[in-house]
Write a protein that binds this ligand. Sequence first.
Ligand SMILES: Nc1ncnc2c1ncn2[C@@H]1O[C@H](COP(=O)(O)OP(=O)(O)OP(=O)(O)O)[C@@H](O)[C@H]1O
Length: 236
Amino acid sequence: MIIANNVTKKFGKLTALNNVSATCGKGQCIALIGPNGSGKTTLVKCMLGMVIPDNGFITFNEKNILHDWLYREHIGYMPQIGRYPENMTIGQLLNMMKDIRFKSGGQSLDEDLVKAFKLPDLMQKRMRTLSGGTTQKVSASLAFLFNPDVLILDEPTAGLDPVASEILKEKIIAEKQKGKLVLITSHILSELDDLVTHVIYMQDGNLLFHKSIDRLREDTGEQKLSKAIASVMQKN
Ligand SMILES: Nc1ncnc2c1ncn2[C@@H]1O[C@H](COP(=O)(O)OP(=O)(O)OP(=O)(O)O)[C@@H](O)[C@H]1O
């Protein structure tokens, strides 16, 4: 579905991605893991067309994304830090997004998270007045709202309270079961245990490994993702 082919991205002298290749398929939930600054967000942004690789290319459903922005209709993106027009209310923001997406032939709406996070009670609140966690709830709701085939979630549970975090995890599992591709970056490895089918591990811009969770468990003899990753890191 999404394939990164030998992607390299430099910011000045820093190589944020070094010849990274990865194939991400339908029905997979892939955890992008690695230390701070290892290139996870840069890889995700390359997939979204927000960062253009210096070398290599990305395909979405076998088409190079470089000159074809329409593929983004099929992706729901939850950024690490969502930035929104601060004077808009939540209601205005959701309506604006519906307007934009439906004009470009958007998909059916999925308001499960809007309801589960009780956003209808907060529609009059302006974005600048929201707590960090509520802004995250808006970001999550927007990512799932247009029923996309692919969900790219960058640190999705950061700032969410335990109840909201659980609601989001259940939603991710439900969407994966429908055959969607979910890419998720997180530092809270314990949260990923019930979710992920595959792990991509990044370090210093290099993709160190890309394995199914079963394979990773087999190779390390550890059941928990956090322990399996720790075991791999100790060996490197
Ligand atoms: N626009 C940019 N300009 C300059 N350097 C950048 C830019 N974006 C990212 N970088 C650098 O590229 C490297 C990789 O950053 P990236 O955000 O991809 O890391 P990450 O693995 O997502 O980190 P974290 O876990 O902290 O979110 C970092 O050293 C970062 O400072």
